[in-house]
Design a protein around this ligand. Structure first.
Ligand code: UDP
Length: 330
């Protein structure tokens, strides 16, 4: 299939582009490079430097490229920033996504795969998180993703859009050959920050909160490899043949890992010490989030290849060791 990958030069998008090519599909990339990296894209892949809010440019693109399906990774994803600048998030994550969907519908493109997040659940009453549990985001980032989820349900019902929504837990790791990986500016994610601190590129890693009601007092998260996430996006294609279908999947390994366990894994894999500063809790962090992905496993035959933190960190380390400054284009 010919697939438009919005945000294809970003962290998860760029890994998905490689998986699409490996699976015999033809990805076409849309990215305005605000956060993405041109260097993350394979040579020869078609690239459009277009913003999602530019309806005229989207119309031209859909008129010329004739794509079968759209994957949408192009969102702002900083929880803290979404609290400080909610409109930035509503304009990009919600409004621009509606512009994209509108252009798609007008050009008869009716298959859509959307990146959502476990942040749509807020602070869950019980764990692990199952798809049907109540969604009550505690920050604008999570709310913007939930707004789009709800719009997609309406579009599937009313206009025959076929869509799959994947709620990621903590995307982590890098391509197994170390050729592409995580490079955010600013970086806020635990694994790259811990590796950067171990490499001496950062003075220390702050551990946000040691008094959580968890076994070691630090937050529990479900770290899932970025290539495993990508594989689910491709495994869902067959289901999208049915018009008007809307599928929702939680994607994680189901294994909770604490912040201290991540640090231990980074120290073991790198052979370096992570200088740590124990700090107060970060606002908006739920104590524990981990997935029940039985639905994706049963319906898509999806099974994460990376089930534990160490092999995930190993791939991240391969990337950061080779490219301590990332793509070097900022
Ligand atoms: N975390 C931390 N120090 C950091 C960054 C993150 O202790 O410098 C913790 C954070 O509180 C959370 C976990 O690491 O419990 C994962 O955070 P991250 O920002 O990577 O992902 P999130 O769970 O917020 O999507």
């Amino acid at each position: 299939m010919k697939i438009l990958v919005c945000g294809g030069a970003g962290y998860i998008g760029s890994h998905c582009v490689r998986q699409l090519i490996a699976a015999g599909h033809e990805p076409v990339i849309l990215d305005n490079l605000a956060y993405g990296h041109r260097a993350s894209l394979p040579a020869g892949v078609r690239f459009h430097d277009v913003g999602l809010a530019d309806a005229a440019a989207l119309d031209r693109l859909f008129a010329t490229e004739r794509v079968d399906l759209v994957m949408h990774f192009a969102a702002f994803c900083y929880v803290g920033e979404s609290v400080q600048s909610p409109l930035k998030y509503y304009l990009n994550n919600v409004s621009a996504t509606y512009t994209l969907l509108d252009s798609m519908m007008r050009h008869g493109v009716k298959k859509f795969v959307f990146s959502s997040t476990c942040a749509t659940f807020g602070i869950p009453a019980t764990l692990p998180l199952v798809e049907g549990m109540p969604q009550a985001p505690i920050n604008p980032y999570g709310q913007t993703k939930l707004d789009v989820e709800n719009a997609l349900k309406a579009l599937a019902h009313g206009q025959g859009l076929s869509c799959a929504v994947f709620r990621y837990f903590n995307a982590a790791g890098a391509a197994e050959d170390g050729s592409i990986g995580e490079d955010h500016e600013p970086e806020t994610h635990l694994i790259p920050l811990a590796i950067g601190a171990a490499q001496g590129l950062r003075p220390e890693l702050q551990v946000f909160g040691t008094d959580y009601p968890t076994p070691d007092g630090t937050c529990l998260r479900d770290y899932v490899h970025v290539d495993d996430l990508s594989r689910a996006h491709i495994a869902v294609f067959d289901k999208l043949a049915q018009p008007g279908a809307a599928y929702f999947y939680n994607l994680g390994t189901g294994r909770p890992t604490s912040v201290l366990e991540v640090i231990k894994a980074v120290e073991k894999i790198t052979g370096l010490k992570v200088p740590v500063k124990y700090s107060p809790r970060r606002e908006g962090d739920p104590p524990a989030l981990y997935a029940n992905s039985a639905k994706a496993q049963a319906e898509l035959g999806w099974q994460p290849k990376f089930m534990t933190i160490e092999p995930i960190v190993e791939t991240a380390w391969r990337w950061h060791k080779q490219k301590p400054k990332g793509y070097g284009d900022r």
